[in-house]
Each structure stands twice: as C-alpha cells, then as structure tokens.
Design a protein around this ligand. Structure first.
Ligand SMILES: NC(=O)c1ccc[n+]([C@@H]2O[C@H](COP(=O)([O-])OP(=O)(O)OC[C@H]3O[C@@H](n4cnc5c(N)ncnc54)[C@H](O)[C@@H]3O)[C@@H](O)[C@H]2O)c1
Length: 323
C-alpha cells in the first residue's frame, strides 16, 4: 500500500492528477500540500475519501513525521503573469520545495517532477527533443521559472546519481482545460473569459507565435502512465504534450468565431514571449506505448468553454446565496 504526497494538488493539473490517484486500489494515503497561491480547494471539493487530506502550507516549510513512497512535486505557478509577479517565491516553490520533499521520501521511494517546455526558452530547433539544451536568458523576465525548473532538474538528477532515487521528470508543454483559473492570464483562458463577457479578444504581438496546446485529460493520462501505471524504468526528462502546433492568432480567431465574430485587438508583445513551441514526442511514444493526445483542439476548447460557463454560473450563484 502506498503513501503519496502531491505538492500543488489544489492547482489546475494537480487536481486532475489527484483524481487519478484516488482511483488506485493500492493507495493508503494521499496528502496534498498547497499554500493556495494559485490553487483553489474547490478543485478538490468533490473528493470525499478517508484516504485523502489537504494541508495548507508552503511546501518548503511542510512539517510531518510521515515518509512517502511516492512524491509528485507540482507546486509552482505555471502562468507568466503569476510567476513574473513573484519571482523569488517561484524559485523557492520549485527548488527549495524539491529539497524539502526529498527529505520526506521513504527509502526506495519515487519522486515525480513537472518541469516545463519553458526550459527550451525561445527554441532554435523545432520540434524540441529532450536532448535540446535550450535557448534561455538566465537573467531575463522569465528566468525565475525557466531557471528554477532547470536547477530543480539538476538537483533531482544529481540526487538520483548520488543516492539512487527512483526519478520521473516530465517536461510539460502548454496545457489547457477545466479548472484553469479565470484570471490565469494565458491565451486560451484569457480568450474564453473575454468572449464570455462579450469583450474583444486581446492578442499579445502579432499572434504568429505558436504553441502546442494539450488538453488536460490527455496530459494527465500521460502523467498517470509515466508516474505509476506503466512499467517504466526511465528517469526522464520526458516531453509530454500535444505536437499539433497552432499560432495564438488562430486560437483567437477560432474562439472569436464561436462567439459570433468578436473583434480581435493586438497589444504589445509579452516580454521575451517564445516564438514557437512544439514537442518532439518520439521518446514519449517509445516510453509510454499507446499514449497520445486524443482530444482534438476544437473539442477541447468547447469542453473548456462549457466548464467556464458552469464554473462562473456557480460562482455567481454562491455570491447570491451570500447576499
Ligand atoms: N499548465 C501548464 O501549461 C504547464 C506547463 C508546463 C509545466 N507545468 C507545471 O505543472 C505544474 C502545475 O501547473 P498548473 O498549471 O497546475 O499550475 P497552478 O498554478 O494551477 O498550480 C500550482 C499549484 O501549486 C501551489 N503552490 C505554488 N507554490 C507553492 C508552494 N510554495 N507551496 C505549496 N503550494 C504551492 C498553488 O497554490 C497551486 O495550487 C507546475 O509545476 C508547472 O510548472 C504546467
């Protein structure tokens, strides 16, 4: 029976990962450690299970006598406006958080870490294989995120080399879907929130910058397989994402059309916004045979719009009840 810790489990991806963990028959205990910086306990309110607990704490300062068989370290904002507004806190969550969690790993335990495609920076090769070393500005406006992910990867691989932990590092590409914060600040949720309130959609720069948008269920399916369900013996790094690359302007046009052709306004580009991003998935296909992104972008956007509608209606209803 396994004791599992998830840092950042109240967040967007973490909450979907917890849903998968709670389906496991070998689970003894799942503890979520989250300081609710960008997360929301409502994302986990539907889980009613004696094996499940949420502790509100900074992961760096989490105190317990327990030792865990599996630790999944997701605690970190993923959205540029959030991590850029508190860069030191972002570095701490990733790096100091990982150092603290390593102390809580039982002997022979498994450590999973969600790194990011941002460590490839503004890539000069496309698609990006795991062997690509990236093109990152280590003192630039995004460096708190990119560099703390890179340094945490280094910490984990060196710990594996010197102490022999069972390591699983994924590099996630852009993820979207239900449970994204309405004020998350990234393209898909921004466009949907603007469209739902009938406002023009704002695109940073020309919108020709491309991203590979992975629907959250497909991405968490990959995490589930890699972290515990498939027989894998590879520490990573492993790209997980959708390799269909779409320019941001195309997403804006698609959502604008869904809502009756809303106008699209262009504003100044975001600082050091990468021009392109697309995973090379050859290694993922070999490591996780049969895994692939199944939800087409058009369906994923519709499911996300449906969720935002229901979520906002529920929030409105809750406010009315409080009055
Ligand atoms: N969403 C994406 O597109 C994407 C892409 C690449 C990598 N990732 C990585 O996946 C992970 C989850 O991303 P997400 O999109 O769910 O982000 P999120 O912001 O929704 O979730 C992060 C969670 O971590 C919590 N947290 C932050 N700092 C903490 C700390 N010091 N102690 C405890 N809890 C803390 C937040 O409250 C939140 O619940 C992150 O590590 C992120 O870097 C996400």
């Amino acid at each position: 029976m396994s004791k599992v810790l998830v840092s950042g489990g109240c967040g967007f991806i973490g909450s979907h990962l917890c849903d998968r963990i709670m389906r496991r028959s070998d689970l003894e205990l799942c503890i979520v450690v989250d300081n609710l910086w960008t997360g929301d306990v409502q994302n986990l309110a539907h889980i009613r299970d004696d094996r499940f607990r949420i502790v509100q704490s900074d992961v760096e300062r989490f105190q317990t006598d327990l030792r865990f068989d599996e630790i999944y370290h997701l605690a970190s904002p993923a959205s540029p406006p959030w991590y850029m507004s508190e860069p030191i806190r972002t570095i701490s969550a990733n790096l100091i958080g990982a150092m603290r969690l390593l102390e809580l790993l039982a002997p022979g335990g498994r450590f999973g870490f969600t790194s990011t495609s941002e460590i490839y920076g503004d890539p000069l090769v496309s698609p990006q294989p795991e062997s690509y070393r990236g093109s990152v500005d280590c003192t630039g406006p995004r460096s708190s995120y990119d560099e703390s992910k890179r340094c945490t990867e280094s910490l984990l691989f060196e710990t594996r080399r010197t102490k022999g932990i069972d390591l699983r590092v994924v590099r996630l590409f852009n993820v979207y879907g239900p449970r994204t914060r309405p004020d998350d600040g990234r393209a898909v949720s921004n466009f949907i929130m603007q469209a739902l309130s009938g406002q023009p959609l704002t695109v940073y720069g020309s919108g020709e910058q491309s991203r590979s948008w992975g629907y959250v269920e497909d991405i968490v399916d990959g995490l589930e397989r890699y972290f515990w369900s498939d027989p894998v013996n590879y520490p990573g790094p492993l790209n997980i994402g959708n390799d269909r690359e779409i320019p941001v302007i195309e997403v804006a046009r698609y959502i604008s059309k869904m809502f009756g052709n809303l106008p699209i306004h262009h504003v100044d580009p975001a600082p050091q916004d990468p021009t392109n991003r697309r995973p090379d998935l050859n290694l993922a296909r070999r490591t996780l045979p049969g895994w692939k992104c199944k939800v087409p972008y058009e369906k994923g956007v519709q499911l996300t719009v449906d969720w935002f509608r229901a979520h906002l209606a529920q929030q409105y209803q809750d406010q009315l009840t409080l009055i």
